[in-house]
Design a protein around this ligand. Structure first.
Ligand code: PMP
Length: 354
């Protein structure tokens, strides 16, 4: 740290992303990426022609991309926001909709970036404990007068709320924004996008990073009332109006056109998830029922750290978190069927070696 850093940022602990190894010797089951590549429409869209056009700035309004998302999700362009990954959108939301007397609230065990954004923007927050089985009690979020942020399905547990439970939270907090982070919604949970027509305080955030195989392109999107969208646009145009580059924009539009390809991949991932969960349960693991592209699992005979280290030695990267309540769990991203057959084999060898 230099002596120049502003006082308010001196104690900031930044988010630590999952490891991205430079060599190719690992099967990466640690950052919830898709094991499938983007579809052919995306490969065609990121063309020589589009690359040659990089000399020009991209469309700061992102009109064509917003229109294609609006059509797919049955909303108007004015209800759509797009940014450089959904992290960018979460950042704007903490900047815009909390602070001063408005606190933020989110589950204690959830996406590790929420408290980082809160601290970055000087927002006081309450981290609400989950129940024993990691389920979230919607009653904890009723009438709270806070910015409420809930990942649905939650990460890293994979547990989801249903639409009625989400609606109750949105309905009872009409004077504050309720942000539902649907990064993993395409893997079997119920989206609440339709509720934006009924409630002007709901902000639904999604991403191209998981179900649409484009974590490397950095593209997030959100749906909300026109008012909230214009607030987010104000912040985007006060920081970086060109945050979505031309290649990502073209890729995003193409991916929406071939939506069926990605939804089919989601079905495959969900099947592989259930196959993996069954295999782990057979070996005596506690496996949290998941509606996401990962499993949250605990060995009954080995610490989370030991399992993670041994898996690494066998070429499999999984993710573990520092919160001591979940120290014995590992989060395992679902890869291809072959990846997971190999993973189960590795786990079985580790259990036998012990
Ligand atoms: N929300 C949740 C719950 C996540 O797990 C992630 C992925 N780390 C994100 C948002 C951010 O995804 P991205 O910025 O790649 O869209």
């Amino acid at each position: 740290m230099s002596k120049f850093l502003r006082e308010r940022y001196r104690k900031l602990e930044s988010y630590v992303p999952g490891e991205q190894p430079k060599d190719r010797t690992f099967v990466k089951l640690n950052t919830n990426e898709s094991p499938y590549p983007p579809g052919t429409a995306v490969l065609d869209a990121v063309s020589r022609q589009e690359t040659a056009a990089l000399r020009l700035y991209p469309d700061p309004e992102c009109g064509a991309l917003k229109d294609s998302l609006a059509k797919l999700y049955g909303v108007k362009r004015a209800n759509v926001f797009v940014a450089n990954g959904s992290d960018d959108i979460l950042n704007f939301a903490f900047m815009a909709f909390a602070g001063g007397r408005t606190k933020a609230m989110f589950p204690e065990i959830s996406y590790g970036f929420y408290p980082v954004f809160a601290r970055l923007h000087g927002v006081e927050f309450e981290a609400v404990p989950l129940q024993e089985d990691f389920s979230l009690n919607p009653e904890d979020y009723v009438c709270k007068n806070s910015l409420i942020v809930i990942a649905n399905p939650n990460a890293p547990t994979g547990k989801a709320l249903d639409l009625c439970e989400i609606e109750k939270i949105v309905r009872t907090n009409r004077d504050n924004v309720v942000l539902i982070d649907e990064a993993y919604v395409d893997f079997g949970a119920q989206s609440c996008v339709e509720l934006i027509h009924k409630y002007d305080n709901l902000l639904v955030v999604q991403t191209f990073s998981k179900s649409r195989s484009m974590a490397g392109a950095r593209l997030g999107f959100a749906f909300s009332s026109e008012g909230i969208i214009s607030d987010l646009e104000k912040l985007k145009f006060s920081t970086n109006p060109y945050s979505i580059n031309r290649l990502t924009m073209a890729a995003g539009i193409a991916a929406v056109e071939e939506n069926d390809y990605y939804m089919e991949n989601c079905r495959k991932i969900m099947d592989t998830r259930e196959y993996t969960a069954a295999g782990l349960r057979q070996m005596g693991f506690a496996v949290v029922p998941s509606s996401a592209n990962f499993l949250f699992v605990r060995s009954r005979i080995m610490s989370g750290e030991e399992l993670q280290t041994k898996l690494r030695e066998k070429g499999y990267l999984v993710r573990r978190f520092s919160n001591e309540k979940i120290a014995d769990y590992n989060r395992v991203t679902i890869g291809t069927r072959e990846d997971m057959e190999g993973f189960l084999q590795a786990v079985s060898e580790i259990m036998e070696e012990r």
